[in-house]
Design a protein around this ligand. Structure first.
Ligand SMILES: [Fe+2]
Length: 406
């Protein structure tokens, strides 16, 4: 509830213009003088229906006590006694309680939090994965995920989904049996936000690392850190981009998030939310937290409480559900392993399936309709606490005990 206080008044006819101007100017200092005063306004009466009063002043307070404190303050009492009463012919005072309309309240909250909260990184750009067979992995990502190969040597390869420089960097690691994701990269809106994140990282006692040597040439400024699991997180500004997306009809439009299984769930949650300012979007209680960045995807990172640490999947957004289904058809046709077939995620509203061949790294989730918050929701969304029930992961599950097939 709020309190609105309005004062309609008429100057006495014999009050000279310069005195009126001085009194109105003093009223205009009230919002600075009384810190609890909100939404102050003052204007000349322009009504053609009723000219009883020459002016009206209006203001709001969060509580009636604040209004009373203002009215009974020594400075206000003196103003009324010495300045006001001698020049006013008559007046009408109305104070009333009201509830702000939800849209207005949310917009104000949005403005406030937008200006006061610490900014998170903008969004996920790439993952770096070491793989035993570089060429086989490239072939898999081209055909089954729809990425375009942009550069490659015997040692590494870059593949992209859309205009951003790359979304997957592969490193040749013939000694490995399976692929291993070692780093994730996030763009940051500008150097100011980057500097603030750097400061928080240092204050929290984390070691600041240099960006990978090649990555330095694809961005303006940046640094890297290890998360509590040892996963490298690279943060940078001005990630380079191409003028055109790949000329491929069926391809992802964005790399959305990594899903990180961790043995240090709470520590990781604290790291990403308190040091890097990620915002919790939803919790599957005791199991998973979805965290978002400034690009407003429902989640640009997910943390799962697990007995092992590994990057469990990387999620790509396709252009449409049709394209998700066409990629699923390719997987069925080639016998590529589908780790989890078509699911409808409750928290993020995305529809997806998961490919998984451990030789090529984590699962690849291909999805459509991943929720993007509006700017207002981004500032005001309250993270839900959802019970660990399969229907809170896939709304197409029929019952609480249907945990198979994930
Ligand atoms: Fe996911």
């Amino acid at each position: 509830m709020m309190i609105r206080h309005s004062l309609s008044f008429r100057f006495r006819d014999d009050v000279p213009e310069e005195v009126r101007v001085a009194v109105l100017a003093e009223l205009a200092t009230f919002p600075e003088r009384y810190s609890t005063m909100r939404d102050w306004s003052l204007g000349r009466n322009i009504s053609t229906r009723d000219s009883t009063f020459t002016h009206c002043m209006s203001m709001a307070f969060e509580t009636n006590d604040e209004l009373v404190a203002y009215l009974s303050s020594e400075s206000h009492e003196r103003f009324v006694r010495e300045t006001w009463r001698p020049v006013i012919d008559h007046q009408a005072i109305v104070s009333y309680e009201y509830t702000e309309r939800p849209g207005v309240a949310a917009r104000k909250a949005s403005e406030v939090s937008h200006h006061t909260r610490d900014r998170a990184p903008y969004g996920m750009e790439y993952a770096r994965t070491e793989v035993p067979d570089l060429q086989a992995t490239i072939d898999f990502l081209q055909y089954h995920v729809g990425l375009q190969l942009e550069a490659h040597t015997d040692q590494y390869a870059y593949l992209r989904a859309d205009i951003e420089h790359h979304s997957i960097e592969l490193i040749s690691a013939p000694h490995r049996e399976n692929g291993l994701t070692t780093a994730i990269g996030y763009s940051v809106e500008n150097d100011d936000v980057l500097a603030r994140l750097h400061k928080k990282v240092v204050e929290a006692g984390h070691e600041v690392l240099e960006l990978q040597e090649r990555q330095k040439s694809f961005c303006d400024n940046g640094f890297a850190i290890r998360d509590p699991n040892g996963l490298i997180v690279e943060l940078f500004t001005e990630f380079q981009e191409y003028a055109e997306p790949p000329h491929l009809e069926i391809r992802p439009v964005d790399l959305v998030h990594p899903f990180i299984a961790t043995t240090k769930y709470q520590e990781s949650l604290d790291f990403y939310t308190k040091v890097l300012n990620f915002l919790p979007s939803d919790h599957i209680v005791g199991s998973t937290t979805f965290l978002r960045c400034e690009d407003r995807y429902h989640h640009s990172l997910a943390l799962q409480n697990n007995k092992e640490h590994y990057v469990a999947h990387l999620c790509f957004a396709m252009k449409s559900l049709d394209h998700v289904m066409r990629m699923r058809a390719r997987a069925l046709y080639k016998g590529a392993p589908i780790a989890s077939d078509i699911v409808n995620h409750s928290a993020s509203t995305s529809i997806a399936f998961y490919l998984h061949d451990p030789k090529f790294g984590p699962r690849f989730e291909l999805c459509d309709r991943h929720r993007v918050f509006t700017p207002e929701e981004h500032e005001t969304h309250r993270a839900r606490k959802m019970p660990a029930d399969p229907r809170n992961i896939d709304v197409w599950r029929p019952a609480a005990d249907d945990w198979g097939r994930f």
